[in-house]
Ligand binder design. Sequence first.
Ligand code: CA
Length: 221
Amino acid sequence: MRLLVIEDDSDLNRQLTVALQQAGYVVDSATDGEEGGYLGETEPYDAVVLDLGLPKVDGLTVLKRWRDEARTMPVLILTARDRWNDKVQGFDAGADDYLAKPFHMEELLARVRALLRRAAGHASSELVCGPVTLDTRSGRVLVEGAPIKLTSHEYRLLAYLMHHVGRVVSRAELTEHMYDQDFDRDSNTIEVFVGRLRRKLGVDLIETVRGLGYIVQKPGG
Ligand code: CA
């Protein structure tokens, strides 16, 4: 899952980026509304954390432009404390959730998890596909109840496929959602990761759809 953080306070921006990376996400960050707005227009993010008070272009304008252009990724806005009208305007502009500063990082992580799973149509933080369970809270993966150890890349790959269960996901899409903008991308590496992941899982979960990509089938579907 690839996220975008737009926050002009450089300390907070760094804290957010590090916390989200440690939670297993790929994170791009921007410190003003112009750069951040452009990234959100041109890169495929699974969710965005957007501060409203930003230099160059304010957060509300950034959000409205995205929604006008039919960019539908979930957006969590960061508002100043006691600015209730910011929240109203934010929701009206297309925000999916908000947090008032200052906030606890744990709460931000929980809200981001909820946004990601709701966007993918899951009601629970635990994703279950046949014998495989992925707990998006702890980042743990169980196969038939037994925990298995995955690298961060393998985890991201599995998490993306399991969030989008029942849908064919192309290699290009996986590449875009697994690496940040600066990563030297080579879509062949996706095949390598899928191979390793299959061996570690040891069960038939990830199917190859020739010429199209990969799919994790819906349980019973
Ligand atoms: Ca700000």
